[in-house]
Design a protein around this ligand. Structure first.
Ligand SMILES: Nc1ncnc2c1ncn2[C@@H]1O[C@H](COP(=O)(O)OP(=O)(O)OP(=O)(O)O)[C@@H](O)[C@H]1O
Ligand SMILES: [Mg+2]
Length: 371
């Protein structure tokens, strides 16, 4: 078992508090991705789990044991970094087997383990090369192999794919997920790339300025973002936001220019009179003939994507993007209608930025999942 409990963890550097009240339960064998923009504290959180960074307050437990006072090597974690930190003067085999050598494992046993692990990441042909003679992806695999060979209970990845080109990133992403499944480790993976996070994670942790905004499966977070921040961060192209005011009497939200979008009645009732931001995902909107839909807009400009088009529209002066596989013959300035599926409409408090649903202005607190 290697579940990880992070309880009320805070971190300060001197007087600067960079993390507050972080609670997170990571289950045994789960693949958790920590996602957030630069500087939000992802690496710091990972390094605190690894023991490379002391925590200022709170408690971290791995497999039921509080590790606050344990040295990194006593925690059973293996960390893979963005810069692979390989030893340049050693061969691939020596790099992979180094931890075993330090641990006093004999030559023959070490060789067998190195070959087995090299096989699992597709490196057997390269065992006698030095890191300088490898491609970026191959170096990344050496770093993975070096972590795997220690048979860690917990894998910690800090943006390990950011130095790779797009195609290799995808390959290595699949490789990491396969290895995770095979060796039955618990993995915590840090990235600022939402696509990477969505595709890898069993559960996503979205961070914002040293706190956790939301925890959930990629689907839960996409379908029910807890805040404007999460809605805008997850999803590509980014969610549209239009300001408006809820009218329970009309079961609708009235936009600034007087246009009206229907709401489920219970949501409208819960939020009557409230100033809101309406969140609309570009891929859930449909362009129709002008006058035939609830939302009227004008074409600002259109981007060709090959597989479809990204329509940049204006609702009064506010931008609204629509992503569609349909190639409408539209010119800049044309009037269009936009239909909005009721389930595709997200409401957030204008001031709080928090999601509003039928239960009212629910404040989505970071969710703590029992182990
Ligand atoms: N040694 C330090 N002293 C003071 N502040 C620090 C120190 N290390 C990190 N910080 C601050 O802590 C915050 C979180 O840093 P962290 O490296 O965890 O961010 P991150 O989410 O990993 O960002 P990135 O995506 O850029 O790697 C940042 O504001 C950073 O400036
Ligand atoms: Mg970082």
């Amino acid at each position: 078992m290697a579940d990880i409990s992070i309880r009320n963890v805070a971190k300060s550097y001197g007087k600067d508090s960079i993390m507050q009240g972080v609670n997170l339960e990571i289950r045994n064998r789960e693949f958790v991705v920590i996602l957030g923009p630069s500087g939000c504290g992802k690496s710091t959180l990972l390094r605190m789990i690894a023991g490379l960074e002391a925590i200022t307050a709170g408690e971290i437990a791995i497999a039921g044991q509080v590790v606050n006072d344990l040295e990194p090597r006593q925690r059973g974690c293996a960390m893979v970094f963005q810069n692979y930190a390989l030893y340049p003067h050693m061969t691939v085999a020596e790099n992979i087997g180094y931890a075993l050598k330090v641990a006093g494992v004999g030559r023959a046993e070490r060789r067998a383990a190195v070959e087995r692990v090299a096989q699992s990441v597709g490196l057997n042909e390269f065992l006698d090369r030095r890191p300088g003679q490898l491609s970026g992806g191959q170096r990344q695999r050496v770093a993975m192999a070096r972590a795997i060979i220690r048979e860690p209970r917990v894998f910690l990845f800090d943006e390990p794919l950011s130095n790779l080109d797009a195609k290799l990133r995808v390959q290595m992403r699949h490789e990491i997920r396969r290895i995770h499944n095979r060796i039955e480790a618990t993995s915590v993976f840090v990235t600022h790339d939402q696509h990477e996070g969505m595709t890898l994670a069993d559960r996503l942790v979205v961070m914002n300025k040293g706190t956790i905004e939301q925890v959930g499966t990629p689907e839960e977070i996409y379908d029910h973002p807890a805040s404007v921040y999460v809605g805008g961060f997850i999803g590509s192209p980014a969610m549209n936001f239009l300001p408006g005011q809820v009218s329970a009497a009309r079961a609708a939200v009235v936009l600034g220019d007087g246009q009206v979008l229907d709401l489920p009645r219970d949501v409208a009732t819960a939020a009557d009179g409230q100033l809101v931001q309406v969140g609309l995902r570009p891929e859930q909107l449909t362009i129709v003939a002008p006058g035939t839909a609830e939302l009227q807009a004008r074409v600002d400009f259109v981007e060709e994507l090959g597989s479809g088009r990204l329509y940049h529209l204006l609702v009064e002066d506010l931008p609204l993007t629509v992503l569609s596989p349909d190639k409408h013959a539209l010119r800049d300035g044309d009037a269009v209608g936009v239909t909005v599926r009721p389930d595709a409409l997200h409401l957030f408090g204008a001031e709080s930025g928090r999601r509003i649903d039928a239960r009212g202005a629910r404040v989505a607190a970071p969710q703590v999942v029992p182990a």
